[in-house]
Design a protein around this ligand. Structure first.
Ligand code: AMP
Length: 419
């Protein structure tokens, strides 16, 4: 199938061509015709498989054939869970809309920065708004925007938006948009309970699922390296140097750990920056942009970076700490192996989180052989010997002192002690 069979608008086809998309991806082939028909769609497809264009293109084509309405009213609303994703989707939409003869007024709104420029931008209305839920509600409260004329509502990373953290905000937004509308849900993961919850409010949604098809799985080589918890940073430094990776995304389980690991990498002369929700928005934007332009070699991030963010040519993702859930695992490793490229995902597995990692493996239906690298063979094999290390899912960064280490050595099985 070619794009000309999916999209009729010449200006959009020109923009597709300029972005270098030669053929539509499976999710684009399935979702674009359904969205153009006007029905509700729940679309699941792997990370990095072109989901953004799969909803941007039909929305823009719909816009191009609609009659102009004065005054301008928000007819399309795209909700996303993070500020970075709002900016990213805004960029894709703007790029694809670039040649449309009837210009679309697009507003991107997210928190962490002053609301005033966003209010100014919304003066005179907007045709489409791409927003995080909290900032959208702030703008509505300030009478900067109304969403009572929305015809199409998109939830990008829908399962995340339907988690409890956003529940209140989403409920409020749903009470403000018309009941008669088209609703589109996109994500790489849809836990059953979220599907039940979301499908309640939809009108005969068509479910598109290209996430399980083996032929379209992202090409990500997954590895698990056994290592003692207190030696993970050393191992990380060793791997970065050995492989001469120029771009590495490392995931930790807390903001504190992301700061600490980044600092230790910098001490080892590796240009690393932390990335988490406590940083100011200016810093967050700067770090991502510096990473994309190779000014930063390593980002040490919390799960804030795990959703939707598209970093071209990212060769490797490292789970320094394991993710909380199997779905988080999918999203984290999905930052590599995007758009048909190959990638590597490396998991550091310690005695205290091995059981948790096995649970993730089970849910993912994979079993990764535990590799032991020379010089980094784990000494500690039994989680019960160091109860202080137990945290949620065995992910706690307790640093053993000398006494702890001696105790580990004494209690570890003989075969490991000699290695
Ligand atoms: P997404 O899943 O939307 O974040 O897209 C992942 C990557 O795939 C982005 O870098 C897109 O620019 C790229 N992409 C999207 N659609 C296509 C296509 N049809 N052909 C090649 N690359 C694409």
């Amino acid at each position: 199938m070619t794009f000309t069979e999916l999209i009729q608008n010449a200006a959009l086809l020109r923009a597709i061509n300029e972005r270098g998309y030669s053929t539509p991806t499976p999710i684009q082939m399935s979702a674009i015709p359904l969205i153009l028909k006007g029905g509700d769609v729940v679309a699941q497809a792997q990370t990095g498989s072109g989901k953004t264009a799969a909803f941007c293109l039909p929305l823009l084509q719909q816009w191009a054939v609609e009659r102009a309405i004065t005054p301008r009213r928000v007819r399309t609303l795209v909700l996303v869970p993070t500020r970075e994703l709002a900016a990213q989707v805004g960029d894709v939409m703007r790029n694809l809309a670039h040649h449309l003869p009837k210009p679309i007024k697009l507003s991107v709104a997210y928190g962490g920065i002053s609301i005033n420029p966003q209010m100014l931008q919304l003066r005179g209305g907007a045709d489409m708004v791409i927003a995080t839920p909290g900032r959208l509600l702030d703008l509505i409260r300030q009478h900067a925007v109304t969403i009572s004329h929305v015809k199409t509502l998109v939830f990008d990373e829908a399962d995340r938006l339907f988690e409890s953290g956003f529940a209140d905000e989403i409920r409020q937004i749903l009470s403000l948009v018309p009941a008669q509308r088209q609703t589109l849900l996109f994500s790489a993961t849809f836990p059953d309970q979220v599907l039940e919850l979301t499908e309640n409010g939809l009108r005969n949604p068509v479910r598109v699922d290209v996430a399980d098809s083996a032929t379209h799985k992202p090409d990500i080589h997954q590895r698990a390296i056994g290592v003692d918890m207190q030696r993970r940073t050393e191992l990380l430094i060793h791997l970065i140097r050995q492989h001469r990776w120029n771009r590495v995304l490392v995931f930790t389980s807390s903001r504190y750990a992301s700061e600490l690991v980044a600092m230790k990498l910098r001490k080892a002369h590796i240009f690393a920056e932390p990335f988490h929700g406590e940083l100011g928005q200016g810093k967050r934007t700067q770090v991502l942009s510096d990473f994309k332009t190779n000014r930063i070699q390593v980002i040490v991030a919390t799960d804030l970076a795990s959703r939707g963010i598209d970093i071209p040519n990212l060769p490797v993702v490292i789970n320094y700490d394991p993710p909380r859930s199997s779905d988080d695992y999918t999203h984290r490793i999905g930052r590599t192996g995007r758009a048909g490229n190959a990638g590597v995902a490396i998991n550091f597995v310690c005695a205290s989180n091995d059981a948790h990692f096995k649970f993730i493996e089970q849910s993912q239906q994979i079993r990764l052989e535990r590799e032991h690298l020379s010089g980094f063979e784990p000494v500690l094999t039994d989680v019960s010997v160091l109860p202080e290390e137990k945290g949620p899912g065995g992910i706690k960064s307790h640093r053993p002192n000398k006494k702890d280490r001696l105790r580990m050595l004494t209690l570890a099985p003989a075969k490991n002690r000699s290695s």
